[in-house]
Design a protein around this ligand. Sequence first.
Ligand SMILES: Cc1ncc(COP(=O)(O)O)c(C=O)c1O
Length: 400
Amino acid sequence: MLQLSAALARIRPSPTVAITGRALELKAAGRDIIALSAGEPDFDTPEHIRAAGMAAISEGRTRYTPVDGIPELKRAIVAKFARENGLAYGVDQITVGTGGKQVIFSALLATLDPGDEVLIPAPYWVSYPDIVRLAGATPVILPTTVENGFRLTPGALAGAITERTKWLILNSPGNPTGAAYARDEIAALAQVLLAHPQVLVMADDIYEHLVYDGFPFTTPAQVEPALKARTLTVNGVSKAYAMTGWRIGYGAGPADLIRAMAVIQSQSTSNPSSIGQWAALAALEGPQDFLPGFRAAFARRRDLVVKALNAIPGIRCPVPQGAFYVYPGISALIGRTSAGGRRIDSDEDFVTALLEETGVAVVFGAAFGLSPHFRISYAASDELLHEACARIGDFCARLH
Ligand SMILES: Cc1ncc(COP(=O)(O)O)c(C=O)c1O
């Protein structure tokens, strides 16, 4: 029998991927499935970006590149941070990886040892705690509440920092709640961090461009310049530019951290895809005029889903500021039984029964560390969202 590693035993497969897989299985078996479980835009990559990728192929830009990115893309990322975030970086402070995920992975692997602690507000993106565990360190989960808008408070942060704390991970707008931090909220957290110079800050800004109702996006290194020297700001083209499959993410931070991350990359992927990098360059340097259209579509769908879910007795759905997720609470439905005879003792039971009995695939809250909730990704057509919410309403009405 195959002996697997102790490192593997510390992590689990992504629940988001598992549920999407089950939804695909049911679909292949002929069931009418609406999958609202995956975290990606339903739009195509804009035409000029696809053209840049095709040009890279036809012009032969298909060889190994420098480990953490071609200089052209790094310069475009420097310009992006200056233009959009008022942050000045040199190219030696920029890294490009195979998705934002690899940037996070390299940073954590390059800095964590057993015994180190990483503060992660919950609900969290499923990968943070598992990457920390893979690195042999300890995720310290800081629960947030609906009442606080799923945002970490300065008091909770201050109470969680120990001499072992290595990182705080802040994701705004966040997956799975869509909650975003306002400038004064980031400033209040920064005040706490200033008293603990050993704590690094990972700002995961991957949903930066997906904010609604004029919400002003800000990021920790911009709000508190004194934090910049110990902040890794992570971003990428996956979400805003509908480029999930191209696998390009980037980060900006202190040059010694960036160099250490390149060592990890040099022994894992060697470099992010050359073609993806040239396409990402076109994304960052090219016209941004499609973004308001993406934002408007997402904002409309957010409103549609929030309204439909809040009309269902037993479901409470807060209005998120950004990303393309809602994270409704279902505490009033726990303990009930579905029309198909399934007992709902947890949010996992809820999503399983919902998928099996109505064909709507969503992700249970326990996967993100805060129950009882579920996550809907509303990156789908208005028609599908209407139909999904109608099925969820019908399912809930038949609980007894
Ligand atoms: C919060 C968050 N960070 C990072 C990522 C990584 O995205 P990618 O690796 O596609 O750039 C995701 C993707 O789901 C995410 O939701």
